[in-house]
Design a protein around this ligand. Structure first.
Ligand SMILES: CC(C)(COP(=O)(O)OP(=O)(O)OC[C@H]1O[C@@H](n2cnc3c(N)ncnc32)[C@H](O)[C@@H]1OP(=O)(O)O)[C@@H](O)C(=O)NCCC(=O)NCCS
Length: 182
C-alpha cells in the first residue's frame, strides 16, 4: 500500500569527520574510497529515517570529486531523501569542507545514491514519497525520475524505449527542458 508523502526534513542526516593520516592517499589527500564509505553511511541514515526500516544500497548513481580534501580538514556530509518511488529512494548528499585555521566552509562535491527498503528477509518494501521544502529540493525531486530511468537502463533493468521522461530531455526544442542536467 502506498504511504503518505513526508517532508525531506524527516530524512536529514549530518555527520562531521576529520581527515586523519589513515584516511589519505599517497598525495596526503582524502582517499576517495573513504569518502564513499562516509557518504554511504550518511545516506543510509537518511534512507532509514525516511522509511523507518532497514535500507540497503542498491546503486551509487553519481559521485564527483571536484576538489582535493586535505589531511586535517573537517568534512561535513549532509544528506536527505530526494524522492521515494515504490521501494527505492534516491538520496542526495552534499559534502562541505572546513578549513581548520580559517573556519571557511566550501562545498566540495555532491553524491547521489539509491537505497531500497527491505524487511528482515531482504524483500523490498513500500516507501513514502517526499515533499520537497524549497526550490532546490524541488529540482532534485523532478530530476530523480530521469536519474532513476538512466540508472535502470544502465543496469539492464529498463528498456530505453520505456524511459519517457529521460527521452524527453533529448527531444527537439519544442519540448520544455529542465533547468539543470539529468
Ligand atoms: C536491493 C534488492 C533487495 C532489490 O532486489 P530486487 O529483486 O531487484 O527487488 P525488486 O525487483 O523488487 O526491486 C526493488 C527496487 O530496487 C530497484 N532497483 C533494483 N536494481 C536497481 C539498480 N541497479 N539501480 C536502481 N534501482 C534498482 C527497483 O527499481 C525497485 O525499485 P522500486 O520499487 O522503487 O520500483 C537486492 O538487489 C539486494 O539485496 N541487493 C543487495 C543490497 C546490498 O547488499 N547492498 C549493500 C551493497 S555492498
Amino acid at each position: 500500500m502506498k504511504k503518505s508523502p513526508i517532508s525531506t526534513v524527516e530524512s536529514c542526516a549530518e555527520t562531521t569527520h576529520v581527515v586523519l593520516p589513515n584516511d589519505t592517499n599517497t598525495m596526503g589527500n582524502l582517499f576517495g574510497g573513504q569518502l564513499l564509505k562516509w557518504l554511504d553511511l550518511n545516506c543510509a541514515i537518511s534512507a532509514h529515517r525516511h522509511c523507518k526500516r532497514l535500507a540497503v544500497t542498491v546503486a551509487v548513481n553519481h559521485v564527483g570529486f571536484d576538489r582535493p580534501i586535505r589531511l586535517g580538514d573537517f568534512v561535513t556530509i549532509k544528506s536527505h531523501v530526494s524522492r521515494g518511488f515504490g521501494s527505492s529512494m534516491e538520496v542526495w548528499a552534499d559534502v562541505w569542507v572546513e578549513d581548520q585555521l580559517t573556519g571557511e566552509k566550501i562545498m566540495a562535491n555532491s553524491a547521489i545514491y539509491t537505497f531500497v527498503a527491505v524487511d528482515q528477509a531482504g524483500r523490498s518494501c513500500a516507501v513514502p514519497d517526499v515533499i520537497p521544502q524549497n526550490e532546490e529540493e524541488q529540482r532534485r525531486y523532478e530530476g530523480a525520475l530521469r536519474r532513476r530511468q538512466l540508472g535502470l537502463i544502465l543496469s539492464g533493468k529498463m528498456k530505453a524505449d520505456d524511459a519517457t521522461e529521460l527521452k524527453a530531455l533529448f527531444a527537439p526544442a519544442t519540448h520544455t527542458t529542465p533547468d539543470k542536467g539529468v
